[in-house]
Design a protein around this ligand. Structure first.
Ligand code: ADP
Ligand code: MG
Length: 568
């Protein structure tokens, strides 16, 4: 080939990058290595932002949360076999949470993998990914990269969003083809997540049910947050006058301080409601499957808004299914909140309001104690004020007690500002979500982490320092999982749930050039977090919490099986 002819060629590397760019993908989260090291380098050279992590699961979590925040698939790039498997955990988690994400993994020689001849990092990745995500594709020819990427994007964001696996064997990257033909082979995905309009009959059915309700309740889930139909949702809630209850990641869709919020009267609202309108929230374990003690003895009728038809009747009968995208469905409902609409009975609204105020008043003194050592309430009281003063900051939250108590105590004021453990209640999302949120939004991020939860992704503090991200991490350090008080009954080892007592997580941050702070009182915590968030510098605050504070598994201790022959 003479040099002029060489100019006319493109290859798999460049086609992948061009296909992503053509479809508006601006960032790749990943970990470099064989066979995708050069792909990352070239992507960076071509203007894509490439964020390199220390472990693929965290890169995958960053991509997943990017998908949730932007409605575009977050892209995670990994090496083959072990790197792929690490990323797959995040892909499965994204799929479970209905976040759009694409995991792109390099893979080994097909001919050797399929004959199981023992290649470097040999694994049939496509087969393994398939049951754990929404869709999985493999591209073998450079000319098919455009279609492969287009299919991955459409699968990730259309209908119920989810994770997609894209398998790219090493050989594909160096396959060359004519540059012009290559450019023509690329596909720009048009209307990747088309609106899905509910049927008029379904809207009538739902409106009839709502009009007959004496104790109506709206439950907003993270699907509603994802949909970015904030104004339609606010108009519906305010014009209908129905009390609303946000699920964890829907907090802030309407402010938690909104007069119609039933957040602090959750138990009462769920028990006593007669007609419940679910908006992008599933009746899974987080809502006690729509039955049992949580929901009281009185009969319930459910209306459910969801883009996934098969979600209906998954746990209990849905009297009025509203299948469609949340923006279109809520707009259709809004068109029916007219002169004939009557606000819910004052008695119901008042019952929720008074319960809520009583609960808030009961909680208030616990949040104000300036105690040393801190307990969860006093520490969270300080952080509640930090977020109140910075309503556009993003709160990442994980841990057991740290999660359950923060969810109730820290009010959210704007949509999509609370990112947490989601549908699986999984630990380990912390640093991945923090990086993804900071990169995608440029807003200050506050990650409130149990010391145990932090451990799953803690090495990414180096990533946070390297990219100089505006992330403040607060470790609620009570020396262990749930509590720091377990002992080994035989006296040989530390108890199974405890860590090194008095560990100084703040020093980890200093090792990488970030700011480390050690605090022991709520006042100190408030000052340190405020200063960190104002500075925008990567900061880790080690907040010492009483090792005896905290309950087993936080709010969900009842999920622990009990031994009938336990030693006394
Ligand atoms: P939460 O945990 O907050 O209750 P879930 O994850 O259980 O929320 O439920 C989210 C639901 O939202 C899923 O069933 C998903 O299909 C649905 N969903 C996601 N995006 C949309 C959308 N744009 N329109 C309608 N439904 C959506
Ligand atoms: Mg702990």
């Amino acid at each position: 080939l003479d040099p002029a002819a060489e100019q006319e060629l493109t290859d798999g590397f460049h086609l992948v990058i061009d296909a992503l760019k053509l479809n508006g993908i601006e960032t790749i989260y990943g970990v470099p290595g064989i066979p995708i090291t050069d792909l990352g380098r070239m992507a960076q050279e071509e203007g894509i932002r490439v964020i390199s992590f220390r472990h693929e699961q965290n890169a995958g979590n960053a991509a997943a949360i990017a998908g949730f925040l932007t409605k575009k698939p977050g892209v995670c790039l990994t090496v083959s076999a072990p790197g792929f498997l690490n990323g797959l955990t995040a892909l499965a988690n994204a799929t479970t949470n209905c976040f759009p994400m694409i995991l792109i993994s390099g893979s080994s020689e097909r001919e050797i993998v399929d004959l199981q001849q023992g290649d470097y990092e040999e694994m049939d990745q496509l087969a393994i990914a398939k049951p754990l995500c929404k869709a999985a594709f493999r591209v073998l020819h450079a000319a098919d990269i455009g279609i492969g990427v287009a299919r991955a994007i459409r699968a990730a964001v259309s209908g119920r969003p989810g994770g997609v696996y894209l398998d790219l064997p090493a050989k594909l990257f160096s396959q060359a083809m004519d540059a012009e033909a290559g450019a023509k082979s690329l596909v720009k995905v048009i209307d990747a997540a088309p609106a899905q309009i509910p049927s008029p009959a379904a809207v009538d059915r739902a409106i009839d049910l709502l009009k007959g309700a004496k104790k109506p309740l709206v439950i907003l889930g993270k699907g509603a947050a994802y949909a970015q139909a904030d104004e339609e949702i606010r108009a519906f809630v305010e014009n209908s006058g129905i009390p609303f209850l946000p699920m964890s990641m829907a907090k802030g869709l309407l402010p938690d301080t909104h007069p119609q919020s039933a957040g602090a009267a959750r138990s009462t609202a769920l028990k006593d409601a007669d007609v419940v309108l679910l908006v992008g929230a599933r009746l899974n374990w987080l809502l006690s499957h729509g039955k049992g003690k949580t929901w009281g003895d009185k009969p319930k009728q459910f209306i459910q808004v969801d883009i996934e038809p098969r979600e209906m009747d998954s746990n209990v009968e849905i009297k009025a299914p509203l299948v469609g995208d949340i923006g279109s469905v809520i707009a259709a409902l809004n068109a029916r909140i007219d002169g004939s609409w009557q606000a819910p009975p004052a008695e119901w609204v008042e019952a929720i309001r008074s319960k809520k105020e009583a609960n808030i008043a009961k909680m208030a003194p616990k949040l104000l104690k300036n105690s040393v050592p801190m307990d969860f309430h006093s520490a969270l009281g300080a952080l509640k004020n930090v977020i109140k003063e910075r309503p556009d900051a993003i709160l990442v939250n994980e841990g057991a007690n740290t999660l359950d108590l923060a969810r109730g105590i820290i009010d959210m004021h704007q949509p999509r500002k609370r990112l947490d453990v989601g549908t699986w209640g999984v630990m380990g999302i912390g640093m991945g979500f923090a990086v993804g949120a900071a990169v995608e939004t440029g807003k200050p991020v506050l990650a409130v982490e149990g010391d145990s939860a932090f451990g799953f992704s803690g090495m990414e503090v180096e990533t946070i320092c390297r990219y100089d991200l505006p992330v403040t991490i607060v470790i609620f350090n009570n020396n262990g999982i749930y509590r720091g008080t377990d002992t080994d009954p035989t006296g040989r080892d530390p108890g199974t749930t405890v860590f090194v007592p008095g560990a100084r997580y703040d020093k980890m941050m200093e090792a990488f050039g970030g700011v480390g702070v050690h605090v022991t009182s709520p006042d100190e915590l408030y000052r340190a977090v405020s200063a960190a968030m104002d500075s925008g510098k990567p900061t880790l605050i080690n907040a010492v919490i009483d090792p005896a504070a905290g309950s087993e598994s936080g709010n969900i201790g009842s999920l622990n099986p009990q031994s009938v022959v336990k030693k006394k």
